[in-house]
Design a protein around this ligand. Sequence first.
Ligand SMILES: [Fe+2]
Ligand SMILES: [Fe+2]
Length: 134
Amino acid sequence: MPLMPWDKTLDIGVAAMNDEHHDLLDIMNELYDAHTAGKHGASINALVAKLGAACTEHFAHEEAYMQRVGYPGFDGHKMLHVKLLTRYGEFAGQIRSAGGEANDEFFHFLKFWLNSHIKGVDTKYAAHAVGVSR
Ligand SMILES: [Fe+2]
Ligand SMILES: [Fe+2]
């Protein structure tokens, strides 16, 4: 069972960013499925690294997009991305030290963060972008 399936409440109205959010959820769910199937070790570490890289790439795309549309909340949004990646790196380090054993706290963090960041924060630059492009 996926940790967090895609649904329409995650649609921020910017197709390219929706696609990337969808990809992040897919990787997160793949990781969660591997964890709940009892996997650990290199395969989990590889998925944690893959998700971290996808988040880093997504944030860079999102930041470029916010600058392109002149989003006034850019600085605060970027700071949230930096904090999230820092926290993610801490979890990834713990998981590696535990021999590729993920844990509930990590999945709670992922689910809460993706949900609240997309719905509460990403929607704001999206609303701004729609306003300037029409
Ligand atoms: Fe964001
Ligand atoms: Fe995002």
